[in-house]
Design a protein around this ligand. Structure first.
Ligand code: UDP
Length: 237
């Protein structure tokens, strides 16, 4: 079997990726498919932690646009990420994976609080750690939470699962001439104004020299982890 390119990675899965074909909420079959992939990644000997988004349930910004105070709306968004994290944990444990949910917002009866050293210990023991609650602060996103946790955990790469198999010069669903990049630098992302992750997340990964691997969740993470199939790697330079 092909060797993994990284020993410890963080996987960011947006809330929308958990919806499957639904318009809202969680599609259990989709979550189970992602869980199988994540377990397969750990079976390659890779330590995996995850950050899940919340956009399938609640987005602070859209509620704030409807008149709600932004900080309160964002707290609701963070709570949504905890719901998703529990769904992912449930699917992982059903197939025998050892997991821990750690939340940036304490919620003692349902998950552990986020403690960096403890999280590292879980990873070393082969547990899949699911980080919930984003950064724990309003006005941020789970992409930034993912970049932050990847840096804190000393991850060698941040894997971002999307609907397409990498970063394109234009939206491949709208433009048939859109080109996929094999590798791209942070500088090019900024100069071409490509929407990969928000600015705060990009600066954090760039400063900490953590490559971002953008791959299709349909193709699965194992191919991208072993350097097979199509994906885009964002590197410094
Ligand atoms: N959120 C926040 N701080 C964080 C992470 C998330 O306030 O550090 C809130 C914010 O309201 C956001 C919502 O949680 O809209 C869901 O997260 P996000 O939009 O990043 O989820 P995704 O797009 O990945 O599904």
């Amino acid at each position: 079997m092909a060797e993994p390119l990284y020993r410890r990675v963080l996987l960011k899965v947006s809330g929308e990726a958990l919806m499957g074909d639904r318009e809202f909420g969680i599609d259990i079959d989709t979550v189970e498919r992602i869980a199988k992939e994540v377990k397969a990644a750990t079976e390659l000997g890779v330590e995996v932690c995850m950050v899940v988004g919340g956009g399938n349930i609640f987005r602070g910004l859209s509620m704030a646009e409807n008149g709600m105070e932004r900080a309160s709306a964002d707290y609701m968004g963070m709570l949504a990420t905890i719901m998703n994290a529990l769904a992912v944990q449930n699917s992982l444990e059903k197939i025998g994976a050892d997991t821990r949910v750690m939340s940036a917002i304490e919620m003692q009866s349902i998950c552990e609080p986020y403690i960096r050293r403890r999280a590292i210990r879980h990873l070393e023991k082969g547990r899949i750690v699911i980080f919930a609650g984003g950064t724990g602060n309003p006005f941020f996103t789970t992409d930034t939470g993912a970049a932050l946790r990847a840096a804190e955990m000393g991850c060698e790469a941040l894997f971002k699962g999307t609907q397409v198999d990498g970063i394109y010069s234009a939206d491949p669903k709208k433009d048939p001439n859109a080109e996929r990049f094999e590798e791209i630098t942070y500088k090019e992302i900024l100069s071409k104004d490509l929407q990969v992750m928000d600015q705060a997340a990009v600066s954090l990964t760039r400063e900490n020299k953590i490559p971002i691997v953008v791959f299709s969740l349909k193709d699965g993470i194992v191919g991208a982890l072993t350097g097979q199939g199509k994906f885009t790697t964002v590197v410094n330079g």
